[in-house]
Ligand binder design. Structure first.
Ligand code: PBG
Length: 329
């Protein structure tokens, strides 16, 4: 062996040495738990394609929030699933103060208040009869500017319900600026905007569509991005920051680590990544077959997403991962 005798293995010799030089570590406070609240349920209901995740009743939602907070989870992202009778062309139940999402935000605030960060998904797809993220023009395409006006009002409704953060996920042009202005005009200067800036129109959202009982026919390719594009993601992110986004997000996460890294390089606001339903379901399915170590892969995927540059991670494993991390460190 040549001199100096270079041996990187020296630092891997004992668990204590490895711990000392570990570069990437996740704190429970960096995890956000997405939650589904279904109107009219008295008991939580399983989602077959998302084992371990449920559609909550109002009561079970409160319990899940408490558990997450006890585990140290940093935030909760709420999705509302209205009764199908309450879906319409314009998604009006999403704006209704008594609509399921706003009711759920109020419940979370009264249950866990400032012990965590309460966030609302700001999008129309759960509330429209056609399942698109915006309203439709007479020719059937999604009408960007008509949708913006509705998003502005939806943001104000969520702020009025007590949300600390709103998360616009509809990928309409100009949505961050319009929502920011609407919030400010209504006196909600302190409510933050987590922009789903680079959201890809891929195949990883399948189980989510079951979770929210999506009625979508077709796809979202006229508003979400093509999987091959990274420069376009940077353009989206820069526009969102210029329009007032407090945080930006890349979604999905693991298949888009290069996008996360590029976004991290480009902007100084916190970067979030969403480990989406399909990413979760693949691991759960393989683990159920005994093909992989479930908890090992869980923490490895989250570590990879953080290593790529995400500071905040949305994951259906948030509570369990937070508990595991607490035992580990
Ligand atoms: C749209 C929205 C979607 C997800 C979060 N917000 C679905 C979509 O864009 O079709 C997917 C999240 C997941 O798959 O876990 N409001």
């Amino acid at each position: 062996m040549s001199f100096p005798d270079v041996r990187p293995r020296r630092l891997r010799r004992t668990p204590a040495l490895r711990r000392l030089v570990e570069e990437t570590r996740i704190a429970p406070a960096e995890l956000i738990l997405p939650l589904f609240l279904k109107e009219g349920l008295t008991e939580p209901r399983a989602i077959s394609s998302l084992p371990g995740v449920v559609q909550h009743s109002r009561e079970s939602l409160r319990k899940a929030a408490q558990e997450a907070v006890s585990a140290g989870v940093g935030g909760l992202m709420l999705f509302g699933v209205p009764d199908s009778a309450n879906k319409d062309d314009t998604g009006s139940a999403g704006l209704d103060p008594d609509g399921i999402l706003n009711v759920g935000i109020r419940d979370l605030i009264s249950e866990v208040g400032d012990a965590t960060v309460v966030m609302g998904d700001l999008c129309l797809d759960e509330f429209t009869s056609h399942g698109h993220c915006g309203v439709l023009s007479s020719d059937g395409t999604v009408d960007n500017d008509a949708t913006l006006e509705i998003y502005g009002r939806m943001g104000v409704a969520q702020a009025e319900a007590g949300a600390h953060v709103v998360g616009p996920s509809g990928m309409m042009d100009g949505q961050i600026g319009v929502i920011r202005k609407a919030l400010d005009r209504a006196g909600h200067q302190d409510v933050s905007v987590l922009a789903y800036s680079a959201k890809y129109a891929g195949a990883f959202y399948g189980p989510f569509r079951e979770a929210v009982e999506s009625t979508l026919q077709g796809d979202r390719r006229t508003y979400q991005q093509s999987p091959g594009n990274v420069r376009e993601a940077l353009r989206e992110v820069e526009l969102d920051v210029a329009e007032g986004a407090d945080m930006v997000m890349v979604k999905p996460a693991l298949p888009y680590l290069d996008v996360i890294a590029a976004v991290r390089e480009r902007v100084d606001v916190p970067v979030a990544a969403y480990q989406v339903s399909g990413e979760y379901a693949m691991v759960e399915a393989a683990a159920e077959k005994g093909w992989i170590d479930r908890q090992g892969v869980m923490l490895e995927t989250l570590t990879s997403i953080k290593r790529a540059g995400a500071q905040v991670m949305l994951t259906y494993w948030a509570t369990e991962a937070a508990q595991l991390l607490r035992e580990r460190y």
